[in-house]
Write a protein that binds this ligand. Structure first.
Ligand code: T5A
Length: 210
């Protein structure tokens, strides 16, 4: 049984769905309700995990095998959990994390075709019984997300440079995850003006707060 005092909230979705845009919004809303929040992201969140992120996103380095990619994701996650997420939750902070293990199911499982049983094994090995209390899945058609991501005028990273079928499979697995875990994963229609997306976020947060 979990001994956490704080709640663990994750944001998920394909490329350009608006996770990074909505993280500060959720943090500000929770803080306005008197809740202390630790904001973090994956891959990353600690010095070492951010270095691993650099290896994972660099498209100009040598090719990574699918096994290297998934092991680096969980190596970064292990470091992040022990150094940031678990201590914050134990102190009563709420943790707001831009991506977590649902992204591994979607990208490495759906996108790369890695075995879901292997991902499940690694999840249990690295996380024990720790799972998010609430996950927002921001969902939009792949082409809209990609065009938003491209409009940001930063160079596309190793994942963003993949082909559209890769992202179709990712979206499919995310939606399957939401069907398997309806109590935890709240699907948000992100193909709407930002204000409407944020109204949906607040509605769900209020349920968690009450
Ligand atoms: N990864 C990660 C794995 O493969 N496995 C894993 O286990 C994990 C944890 C990390 C990469 O690593 C992969 C997945 C990723 O490819 P990242 O930076 O976390 O990279 O993820 P990205 O998806 O690349 O982040 P992005 O910044 O591209 O997407 P966001 O954060 O979802 O989108 P955001 O907020 O930057 O918005 C994109 C643009 O859209 C606009 C924003 O202003 C911005 O310009 N926008 C809207 N426009 C219109 N209407 C709205 N409602 C809008 N909301 C945002």
């Amino acid at each position: 049984m979990s001994t956490n005092k704080g709640k663990f909230i994750t944001l998920e979705g394909g490329e350009g769905v608006g996770k990074t845009t909505n993280v500060p919004f959720i943090r500000d809303y929770l803080e306005s309700r008197g809740i202390p929040v630790t904001v973090t992201r994956e891959p990353g969140g600690t010095l070492v995990a951010e270095k691993i992120r650099g290896l994972l996103l660099d498209k100009n380095s040598e090719d990574l095998t699918d096994q290297t990619e998934i092991l680096l994701m969980f190596a970064a996650r292990s470091q992040h959990l022990k150094k940031v997420i678990q201590p914050a939750l134990a102190q009563g902070q709420w943790v707001l994390c831009d991506r977590f293990t649902d992204a591994t199911y979607a990208y490495q499982g759906g996108g790369r075709g890695m075995s879901l049983a292997v991902i499940q094994w690694l999840e249990n090995f690295v996380q024990g019984d720790l799972r998010p209390d609430l996950t927002f899945l921001l969902d939009i058609p792949v082409e809209i997300g990609m065009s938003r991501a491209k409009n940001r005028s930063v160079e596309l990273d190793r994942f963003e440079s993949e082909h559209s079928q890769f992202f179709d499979r990712i979206r499919q697995v995310y939606l399957q995850q939401a069907q398997h875990y309806p109590a935890r994963i709240k699907v948000i229609n992100a193909d709407q003006p930002l204000e409407s997306v944020q109204e949906q976020l607040i509605e769900t947060l209020n349920k968690l707060l009450s």
